[in-house]
Design a binder for this molecule. Structure first.
Ligand code: FAD
Length: 364
């Protein structure tokens, strides 16, 4: 039996892929955790927009995962079930400063092999007439998609159950004790073939309490909004300097996100709301026509170097696999993470590009 701790997107996607490959899977998730990251995520699948100079390994991983998304969701029915949309993205400049930033990005994207298109104000407003008339210019990036994380979670939960997997709610795990292939927690002991620890921002606390090992990590708090407009007002995924907008169906817009160092605080503060609404007001007119549907908060699991840790925790056991720290890319990275996890579980030789993400890089 493969035991997965954590039923966020990383635990669920990994469980789903393992079940499809014939493994028995049990997923254990804590009751009452506030602000898990997946529930607050916007669901952008945008490797190019997230690309940064000096971060080649994570860009390559995001890009490969984006291809996996397309492979995994070829079936039109499933695409609708998870809200997967092939979209182009528009990065919008509202002032000179933004314009310079977009020019830099265009050059950078070209350098890493991707062509993007600069549009002036008229060209921008022609394809997105609902933007504010103060738009200066924009950068059009092809093929930066989106998915609806809540629909995705529902889809995976149903699939996992229909493939015979179990998802159980338990008391929050504070500590694991491993003895050969038995794991004890919350006064319970179970046998395992492999364990996967995918408890997002809470994973490191479990590792530290259990084994005294600290992987340098912290939660990065994010607030996002769901709003509804009377009609479908946007055609592209939109990226401004401080916010990004994923237009869904029926006029719903998912808008993200603040990013702050506030420890494990799961409350929603007025300054966070102000920051989002002020940016929305700057970006498009008639915000009085938007109805606020939901305010969400999530803690992004973030490691010191911004990349996730995926691989066996050799110091404790080759059968204990870590999979967390996906920061602001966990939805995008879920399919490739699941693929890497399957390779470890089935003890297949791993390509070098995936070894970069193993816990070994922290010299634990
Ligand atoms: C506002 C916001 C917007 C985002 N937008 C995007 C986006 O557009 N695109 C993208 O790719 N990514 C985005 N992200 C990032 C993405 O959401 C995360 O990287 C991803 O959800 C992490 O998934 P996870 O499964 O590791 O963690 P989580 O979703 O946090 O799940 C962790 C799970 O572990 C369980 N758990 C925790 N502690 C314990 C314990 N002690 N015992 C048992 N179970 C436990 C929790 O109950 C939870 O179910 C966004 C994040 C935020 C906050």
């Amino acid at each position: 039996m493969i035991i997965i701790f954590g039923a966020g997107i990383i635990g669920l996607f990994s469980g789903y892929e393992l079940l499809k490959k014939g493994k028995k899977v049990k997923i254990l998730d804590a009751q009452g955790i506030k602000a898990d990251a997946t529930n607050a995520a916007v669901g952008m699948l945008a490797p190019l927009i997230e690309a940064k100079p000096q971060e080649k390994e994570i860009f390559d991983l995001m890009y490969e995962s984006k291809k996996n998304w397309e492979e995994n969701f070829k079936n039109e029915k499933n695409r609708i079930l998870v809200g997967f949309k092939n979209n182009n993205a528009l990065m919008v400049a509202l002032n000179k400063d933004d314009e310079e930033r977009l020019k830099f990005k265009k050059r950078f994207y070209k350098k890493i092999g991707f062509e993007t298109k600069f549009l002036n104000a008229n060209e921008t407003l022609k394809i997105e007439p609902s933007l504010n008339s103060n738009v200066l210019c924009s950068l059009l990036c092809q093929n930066q998609d989106q998915v609806n994380p809540m629909l995705l979670k529902n889809f995976l939960t149903k699939e996992i159950k229909s493939l015979g997997g179990e998802i159980l709610k338990i008391r929050k795990i504070k500590k694991l004790t491993i003895n050969k292939n038995k794991v004890s927690f919350n006064n319970e002991t179970i046998d395992f073939e492999k364990i996967i620890i995918s408890c997002g921002a809470w994973s490191n606390e479990i590792l530290y309490n259990s084994f005294g090992i600290d992987i340098p990590s912290r939660p990065l708090k994010g607030v996002s909004l769901l709003v509804k407009s009377k009609t479908n007002i946007f055609n592209h995924n939109l990226w401004f300097r401080n916010i990004y907008i994923a237009p869904r169906t029926n006029g719903i817009l998912s808008i993200g996100a603040t990013e702050e160092e506030k420890g494990f605080d799961s409350s929603i503060r007025m300054d966070e709301l102000y920051s989002l609404t002020n940016s929305i007001w700057e970006s498009f007119p008639n915000i009085e026509d938007l109805e606020l549907k939901e305010i969400k908060v999530g803690l992004r699991p973030t490691l010191i170097d911004g990349s996730p840790v995926i691989g066996p925790f050799k110091k404790i056991s080759n059968d204990v696999i870590l999979s967390f720290g996906h920061y602001r890319h966990g939805i995008l990275l879920a399919p490739i993470t699941a693929d890497i996890i399957c390779r470890y579980v089935f003890e297949k030789e791993l390509p070098k590009r995936f070894k970069f993400f193993s816990p070994d890089r922290f010299n634990l």
